[in-house]
Design a protein around this ligand. Structure first.
Ligand code: ADP
Ligand code: ZN
Ligand code: ZN
Length: 693
């Protein structure tokens, strides 16, 4: 099996090789990595009657590595089938690249360095669990799951994960646990916490991480550790769902609603969904956790009712209270219609920030960047800094006075005057975090932080300030050390960080997502704001000593919007119920299943013509499942042109997942056949269960 080829290839071997064996095989003039998929089931292929094909022999077996087990092979085969990709592509993407590159001697040296797992000792923490934690733990022990742990930020979900991991590892001397997190760079604290908890009992080598920021050598090491069983705990991002385990017993998916579990290129898999599949297939317990679950998981975990005696497939566990009686922050909504015109910070919010900072407390200002990147604009002729290659604006970066396209990366220098009319007075419209940081620093210029008696400090964390390796950690350390009074940033700062002295969080322009064309935008906004709110008042002792309850401020032009009303009460269930009622009425996920087919081409006409022709071909051929699948007309993408390529998509929807799957599987051949008929078509791809429409 090989990555560029869809189908299995046959090779000869002088000795029988069990399925899953890693081998080197000749392909053309090269030697590539392969996996023995099946023992030969059919007689040898025949080239001409009576004359068997001469099979090429494998070049060698990767000695010392146990074959990939059937669970791994089934997972890979399922993912390839479900997400409409070649088996070889998915399998080889799931293996560390160095397996291919190292020669036999190098590999042997790596393998010798691996330690075997030490005998497990008692790793259960002797802390008194809250009643809610104790109940969740008891349920998880008593039932097969899968579970959705619906707990407020700071309710002690992570402690529940750690307890369940300890339980699983102690129940079975070889058992392993997988913890999936959205982005490893954002959660160094979790890694430290897991290490502190388990390294004393299991040794430091028993925990390994897996994420895309690792070097090939580190990836190989982690992969071998999981595969051999030396690692008892794997902490990783979405890619880790494809790790090979010797004995996987538990999968935890933290922040299960997070969009980064969906891979956005190649095989567009969703690691959370694969975790559920994998857990069921190999009998590992699956524990999803979130303060704002995805509506899919929320619906799948609905309790049984009189009308719906079955209820959902998952078991929902609820932990509403924060540990240590730390209250969730009070939500304050500022009606921007009542504020001075053009105010970026409403006066009452600015006063609240000032007061907190003066007392030595920290504040966090969140800018939901989507749609708010600053664009250069000429007031005389309304010229805007458009990207020459994309249907998007280039964004103004003040730091190096450049204009940059966030889609294709095209950069240019800021012009001295309007390129269209020569007006020298061109200025950015809209605000980015950089402008916000500057503006706030100016507003707080004269504020003195007591008791130190020093001037207030504003800092910014976003994609621009954290590009360098280690930059994020360094900046977070400054916040933790109290060197920063107000932190300004994007969604990046809303996630997971355990800031101890932040008592006020403000979202300054959250409205953008209320009226988005993507039906998931409100769900994302609510989750983001709840998560951001969770950064405030995490240390109940500190809050009590300071004497002022934590607050979350929202500046909005739509104070009556039901989303904000639910947010004010921290009422995810009410918001979810309202959203689900809308989705049910409109026949949208989770009540329907979707796939997108996208075409990129030289022109929009070619892209759409390919999609229309593919739909016509499906109808003519009366493909299986077609009667239950609705094909919408092709439309341009929201950002229609990127790097000079036009993009179009077509949405497929069905109430039946099997029908949609049967249709997509049968459609592949027609799509391949259609492709050469469309000159100027660059590529096409299928996205099953798309996250963004
Ligand atoms: P979550 O993952 O839900 O945000 P955590 O597990 O991080 O919550 O818990 C929040 C804080 O409370 C952490 O500092 C944690 O150490 C502490 N904590 C959790 N459970 C307990 C407990 N039973 N007793 C005391 N402290 C706890
Ligand atoms: Zn102009
Ligand atoms: Zn561009």
């Amino acid at each position: 099996m090989h990555s560029q080829l869809g189908d299995l290839l046959s090779y000869a071997s002088s000795t029988p090789l069990p399925p899953g064996t890693l081998v080197r095989v000749p392909l053309g003039a090269r030697e590539v990595l392969g996996v023995v998929w099946d023992a030969p089931s059919q007689p040898q292929p025949v080239a001409a009657p009576g004359r068997p094909v001469q099979l090429r022999a494998i070049a060698g077996v990767l000695e010392g590595i146990a074959p990939l087990d059937q669970h791994w092979r089934r997972l890979v085969a399922f993912a390839a089938r479900y997400y409409q990709r070649a088996l070889g592509e998915v399998a080889l993407a799931a293996l560390p690249p160095q397996l291919r590159d190292l020669d036999a001697g190098q590999l042997q040296r790596r393998l010798r360095r691996m330690q075997s797992a030490p005998a497990p000792e008692n790793a259960i923490e002797k802390i008194a669990y809250s009643a809610e934690q104790a109940r969740a733990i008891a349920e998880i022990e008593a039932h097969p799951g899968p579970f959705l742990l619906f707990g407020s930020t700071g309710s002690g979900k992570t402690e529940v994960y750690l307890h369940c991991i300890a339980q699983a590892l102690m129940a079975e001397p070889a058992a392993q646990a997988l913890i999936l997190v959205p982005e490893i760079n954002l959660t160094p604290q979790l890694e430290a916490r897991v290490r502190a908890r388990f390294a004393p009992a299991l040794g430091d080598a028993a925990l390994v991480t897996m994420h895309s920021g690792m070097t090939p050598a580190q990836r190989l090491k982690s992969w071998l550790a999981a595969h051999s069983g030396a690692a008892r705990i794997v902490l990783g991002t979405r890619m880790a769902i494809f790790a090979s385990f010797a004995s996987l017993a538990l999968i935890v998916v933290d922040e299960e609603h997070d969009a980064s579990y969906k891979q956005q290129e190649g095989a567009r898999y969703n690691a959370r969904d694969l975790a559920l599949w994998r857990g069921r297939e190999q009998g590992a317990k699956v524990l999803l956790g979130s303060a704002t679950p995805s509506l899919e998981s929320w619906h799948a975990s609905r309790p049984p009712t009189a009308d719906d005696p079955q209820g959902g497939r998952y078991q929902r566990l609820h932990m509403p209270s924060r540990i240590g009686a730390g209250a969730l922050p009070r939500v304050r909504i500022v009606d921007m219609g009542q504020q001075p015109r053009r105010a970026i910070f409403a006066p009452p919010l600015l006063a609240a920030i000032t007061e907190r900072v003066q007392r030595g407390e920290q504040c966090l200002v969140l800018l939901n960047r989507r749609g708010f990147a600053p664009v250069l604009h000429c007031h005389a002729c309304s010229w805007k800094s458009d990207c020459p290659h994309c249907s998007a604006h280039q964004v103004f970066h003040k730091m190096d006075r450049s204009l940059r396209c966030h889609h294709c990366g095209a950069a240019s220098r800021v012009p001295r005057a309007c390129p269209a009319c020569g007006n020298p007075d061109i200025a950015p419209i809209g605000r980015g975090t950089e402008q916000l940081e500057e503006h706030l620093a100016a507003l707080l210029r004269n504020v003195i932080v007591e008791p130190q008696g020093r001037a207030a400090r504003v800092a910014r964390i976003d994609a621009d300030t954290t590009r360098a390796r280690g930059a994020l950690e360094e900046q977070l350390a400054q916040v933790h050390a109290g060197e920063v009074d107000v932190l300004v940033g994007t969604q990046m700062i809303a996630k997971g960080h355990d800031f101890r002295r932040i008592t006020l969080v403000a979202a300054v322009q959250p409205d953008g997502a209320l009226f988005s064309s993507d039906f998931r935008a409100p769900e994302r906004l609510f989750a983001l704001l709840m998560q951001a709110a969770g950064r405030a008042g995490r240390d109940a002792g500190y809050v009590a000593a300071q004497g002022q309850p934590p607050e979350m401020w929202l500046q909005t032009w739509h104070p009556e919007h039901p989303l904000y009303a639910a947010l004010r009460r921290h009422d995810w269930p009410a918001f979810a119920a309202q959203q689900l009622a809308e989705r049910l009425g409109a026949g949208m996920p989770p009540f329907a299943h979707q796939a997108l087919i996208r075409a990129d081409a030289k022109s929009q006409e070619v892209a759409q013509a390919f999609l229309s022709a593919a739909a016509d071909a499906a109808r003519t051929a009366a493909l299986p499942g077609l009667e239950l699948v609705h094909l919408y007309p092709p439309v341009p993408l929201a950002v229609q042109r990127v790097a000079g390529v036009e993009r179009a998509q077509m949405l497929l929807e069905s109430a039946s997942r099997p029908a949609l799957q049967a249709f997509l599987a049968a459609w592949q051949a027609l799509l391949h056949a259609e492709r050469p008929r469309h000159r100027g078509l660059v590529r096409w791809l299928v996205d099953v269960d798309p996250q963004a429409i």
